[in-house]
Design a binder for this molecule. Sequence first.
Ligand code: NAP
Length: 264
Amino acid sequence: MVGFAEKYGPWAMVTGASAGLGVAFSRSLAKRGLNLVLTARREDRLENLARELETEHGIEVVPIPLDLCAPAAVDALAAKTTDREFGLVVANAGFGWAGPFLDQPAEKLREMVKLNCEIPALMAHTFLPGMVSRGRGGFMVIASTAGHVATPWMAGYGATKAFDLHLGEALAVELKSKGIDVLAVCPGSTESEFHELANVKVSAFSGFHASAEALAEGALKVLGRKPSWIHGLANRSSLFFTKHLPRRMATWITGKALSGHYRS
Ligand SMILES: NC(=O)c1ccc[n+]([C@@H]2O[C@H](COP(=O)([O-])OP(=O)(O)OC[C@H]3O[C@@H](n4cnc5c(N)ncnc54)[C@H](OP(=O)(O)O)[C@@H]3O)[C@@H](O)[C@H]2O)c1
């Protein structure tokens, strides 16, 4: 049987590696012996994580501080990494926003759509051809349970995650015959800086957070086995229930659940 590093190495790239899920994915991949390119804006955090993983796992880690919302950011990332052979890309960087749609500042909305949708699509378009030419590799896009049903009071964010979910599921079909595994990962509420930055009330999901480590480990185990994956039995059950309702009713129930979960 081909090992994880043989199939998805020698290099993996993780976007959003300075916090939350990105840190957890980086640790899980380092444990599996992959060399890593880590990117996000906060350079000090990337540097610290890189040194930690190199010392603990004897791998090579290259931190690339970068704002993915800057013009031509994916081209810049590709130009800085031309000498690396990527077998896996984790398009994880993203952020959300909770509250009435019309209250989200237009500039933040533009940034969110860019980071959550345009960037994962361009990452796939830029880094998958090399893997296709070698006949092996993987691509993971971090979608969300919020991508499975329309999300009033997180309208824009949920729509970006539906994009990620559809992108991942469609690419999984297109690229299967080329030896590439694509997975759209759908976390529910998970420990990270997400809620604070997304304007979500701290109390709203406290006690319901999954651990980022469990999410990353679970996703890496599922890679290659299905096109999309919902983390956790509770999330799977509630979405199963929701999907069997008329869409209008599912949206109404979700809106009820999310109303009042944002800071006003
Ligand atoms: N946590 C949850 O409950 C949850 C649930 C479902 C889906 N998700 C998804 O999981 C992914 C990871 O989020 P998280 O929960 O780990 O949130 P997080 O703790 O806030 O981490 C977000 C990461 O994205 C990076 N980032 C943000 N803006 C960026 C930019 N302009 N350029 C480059 N990097 C940028 C941040 O780094 P810098 O600030 O240093 O740039 C950080 O490393 C997101 O796509 C999110 O939608 C999270």
